[in-house]
Write a new protein. Sequence first.
Length: 370
Amino acid sequence: MQEDFEEEIEGSEEQELFEHFRLEVDKGQGMLRIDKFLVNRIENATRTKIQAAADAGSILVNEKPVKSSYKVKPLDVISIVLPNPPKDTQIVPEDIPLNIIYEDDDVLLVNKVPGMVVHPGYNNVSGTLVNALAWHLRGVDFIQENNIRPGLVHRIDKNTSGILVVAKKEVAMTHLAKQFFDHSIERSYQALVWGDLAQDEGTITGYIGRSARDRKVFQLYDDAEKGKWSVTHYKVLERIGYVTLIECRLETGRTHQIRVHLKSIGHPIFSDSTYGGDYAVKGTTFSRYKQFVENCFTLMPRQGLHAKSLGFVHPSTKEKVFFNSDLPADFTSVLEKWRHYIQYKPMEEVEEKQTKMEKKETQKVMNAKK
């Protein structure tokens, strides 16, 4: 039996945690229920997972959704999307406070604080969001039976704050994974970027891949062979002198997508040390200004990026739902400092100019006395 098997993993490198499988049924294949067929073809798949995928509309045969009872026929082309939260060797539940925005029997929305790692890893074995979720959801059978990262189908960087959705049931997890795969999830971020953007709104596109110079950093390419396609739409919310507050809406979810995109157009995210936002990219050479910027970096020692809102079709009600998260204190404090600085900037710059002129005059007098 020959089988055309194509696996596309979007989880280890991308923000979403799911797998896409594509299979073509052999000419000699007899009639067989698709759930049994897929369990035999996909490693670690179970009938429960396959049935959940069918219930979520995540199994397509010849581009049409089918039920788990569908019987495969020769030359059928099968496409299936399954959640892929990688298994951890050990998850220790920890009683860590969570900012829960919404919770029901199917999903949980949490506003992740900046500095919190999403899942355990090297040098981060505790204190993560997953440790906190394992404690909060310790009574949920789905979580306890599957030693997995509790219900996660996407993630955000450690130093990015904001909203994440967590599934509490197998069907809910599969349903959400399919929406991420179809790019039907609506996501918006708020970012504080350096400079005054020329246009009030725009779109950034390109192929994101690892940098040839530094494999830990990503960059934007024109060549499809060097990365994966990415699309970010942005809109100016507030112009604050040398920085701008913008909204970013994602069509795709590549690693560091917004940070890479904004750097590519010359407007790196404020305080982003990885992508060139951790120095005074724009502004004056006055010492007071430099000190002001340093004070802001101290106040928010991470990239000024926040996952603001999330919209998706609810797994049970099938209705579109939207959720928003508040900006964290470090972000709002830096915004207020910039607003205050811009309001009094002319006065401060004049005072510093006068001080410099007075020093020059004093130096002239001292030189003349010599």
